[in-house]
Write a protein that binds this ligand. Sequence first.
Ligand code: ATP
Ligand code: MG
Length: 355
Amino acid sequence: MAYHIVVLPGDGIGPDVTRAAVQVLEHALKGQSVEIVMSEHLIGGKALDTYGVPLPDVTLEALHKADAVLLGAVGGPKWDVGPGHLRPEAGLLALRKTLGVYANMRPVKAFSELLDASPLRREIAQRVDLLIVRELTGGAYFGKRERGSDAHGMQFAYDTMFYSENEIRRVLITAFDAARLRRKKLTSVDKANVLDSSRLWREIVQDVSSHYPDVEVEHQLVDSCAMNLVTHPQSFDVLVTENLFGDILSDEAAVLTGSIGMLPSASLGQGIGLYEPIHGSAPDIAGKGIANPLGAILSVALLLRYSLHVDDAATRVEQAVAKAIAHGARTKDLARGQDDVVTTDQMTERVLAHY
Ligand code: ATP
Ligand code: MG
């Protein structure tokens, strides 16, 4: 049976980098026993222009049959038309909701040739190789909330960090499974010295870990974890945490290597995956053929690993990207001084040549 892959190029540089990603995906599947069916649809600003909504019915219909979604980026100044209008980004939120994804995965790995922009000392930065797994559907962003005023006119507000056992368990299983494909170490991050939701989280980690005796587990409090990410980033393999903590820690981790333009992401749910580079639509360079496609190409590696379960092909894509970089290929955003500057398409060819 073939896997259905829905390709959503989106806006700005989205189509440029997605084209590169699709080429690499097709190349990587040659000689594999995995069969795929791809279909391309509109989302974001382009969908607004054509259908008046950022996630049209035709796209939704395709999504209901999808096993994986490859997304470029959405949005741009053309659609920044002020309050009261539908925005392209609304399509993204609706997309995540439709797919029911609950685990956001962000691998952060150093390329030793690209560490100039890292805030860390080179010898530490080059050892960064971790995966952040962030819970996406619960916690303070989705719990009961209220703003009001008391009898004296004093304003108050609260947001509730609510988690059900099932929400915690399913993201932990995703994280433990991911740890098994890596160095088999899992760091669970919480604030169990203060929060009940964290104490429940910790108990469920203990419970789930009994099914993964091969994975080493440690617990860190989020405040000390924030320090450890900067001081000892090489000590992390898989880091799993709830939504709000994960939002903060994943941005912190993203800057460690200095090459944020190259980071991929996967958002996983039951049997479905959404894959996208972490960068935005970069309207300033759209259509110029100079966008860096590596974030999108590395997202294909994640798609191969987590949705198509061909880990060898995934690793080969990652190694091909590393080799292209090591051999000096640089898109404009990565180039320094006398570097060999290549276009989006040339970078893609370099990656394919090293696959
Ligand atoms: P968003 O709100 O969608 O996240 P943003 O403006 O915050 O958008 P990006 O769209 O990611 O952030 O871009 C910020 C800048 O980084 C862009 O103007 C662009 O110059 C650069 N940039 C981002 N992604 C890439 C890429 N893949 N290749 C080259 N340059 C990029
Ligand atoms: Mg942004």
